[in-house]
Design a protein around this ligand. Structure first.
Ligand code: ATP
Length: 319
């Protein structure tokens, strides 16, 4: 193998740049030529491909987002798009492709492998919703960003004895809510993986107030419902001086934490090692603190499971 390509796809995540850098630097160290592909699968099909050198990835490790840009490109679900992508890869003589993204992007990578092309996936998404990895690149940074906001909201919540509903990202996975909720000492964490009863939430808030609590923080994953709708529902059970805050896209941006940079560096270099060993069609992960890999096909037979012990822990610690 002489040439490899790299692309980032789906939602951007802090640490993607560190992963690109690791793949590129490790591959160059091993004597490979490296090609960057802009705008994910859209850029692949369009042939937006360029040769990278050591300097291309200089001064990138600390930056949020992805300097290769990302794109949503549903056309890649069709065979026509996939074959065009492979045609471009062949045109540039790129023998293997590293795809950094979430589970949608992994589907794209898997389609390439089904056509006999070697692709390998790195989990890059703030949602932490990829199976066979305990953590995805970008999750730790997103949790820390949310945590900073939760801490700030706590100050104002306490001063005015308010209840705050803080809506965080996570359509199908409650990990961001779980981790930031536990770390921020939230009274309630509402996630898609666990039922909730708004009447019970209201009773908990009331009981906290009766015991002299000055504030209530509720961290709500967006996949459950929107914060304003939650607030309206809650209002039906009493006046808790409720306010809602939607954190939105601030959760995606910012410099990656040390943990995300280190993990991205480890995973990126590991992907290159696997490719050099002639392995392919794989998804890289980190499980129990060790780098692991699985066949990409296995990922779609499995599901990411949120750490529900954190949910129970929070219940015991915050009430
Ligand atoms: P995140 O969850 O962080 O948004 P993601 O990788 O899951 O990241 P998606 O928008 O689901 O984001 O997917 C990214 C891209 O992967 C799509 O725009 C498309 O180009 C490609 N893709 C998604 N699903 C498929 C599929 N079934 N077949 C081929 N390509 C796909």
């Amino acid at each position: 193998m002489k040439r490899i390509g790299i692309l980032t796809s789906g939602g951007d995540a802090p640490g993607m740049n560190a992963a690109i850098r690791a793949v590129a630097r490790k591959a160059m160290y091993e004597g490979l030529e490296v090609y960057g592909i802009n705008y994910g699968f859209a850029g692949l099909v369009a042939g937006d491909i360029f040769r990278m050198d050591e300097a291309t990835v200089a001064d990138k490790i600390q930056r949020g987002g992805t300097f290769l840009y990302s794109a949503r490109y549903p056309e890649f679900a069709k065979e026509e798009g996939q074959l065009k992508g492979i045609e471009q890869l062949n045109k540039f003589g790129i023998e293997a492709l590293v795809v950094i993204g979430g589970d949608g992007s992994y589907h794209g990578a898997l389609r390439l492998t089904e056509h006999g092309y070697n692709a390998i996936g790195l989990p890059g998404t703030i949602d932490n919703d990829v199976p066979y990895t305990d953590f995805t690149i970008g999750f730790d940074t997103a949790v820390n960003t949310v945590l900073e906001a939760v801490d700030r909201i706590r100050d104002t919540a306490t001063s005015h004895e308010r209840t705050f509903i803080i809506e965080v990202m996570g359509r199908g996975a409650g990990d961001i809510a779980l981790w930031s909720g536990v770390a921020g000492g939230a009274e309630e964490i509402i996630i898609p993986e666990h039922d909730f009863d708004i009447k019970q939430v209201a009773e908990q808030i009331q009981s906290g107030r009766d015991r002299g609590k000055k504030h209530t923080l509720i961290v709500l994953a967006e996949g459950v419902m929107h914060a304003q709708d939650f607030e309206k529902e809650l209002d039906k059970y009493g006046d808790f001086h409720a306010r809602s805050t939607v954190l939105g896209h601030v959760q995606r941006g910012g410099a990656p934490t040390a943990r995300d940079r280190v993990m991205a560096s480890q995973m990126g270099a590991f992907a290159v090692e696997l490719l050099l060993e002639g392995k392919g069609g794989l998804a890289v992960g980190i499980e129990n603190n060790r780098l692991t890999y699985h066949n990409m096909t296995d990922l779609f037979d499995s599901k990411h499971h949120a750490e529900l012990s954190l949910f129970n822990l929070n219940h015991d610690l915050s009430n």
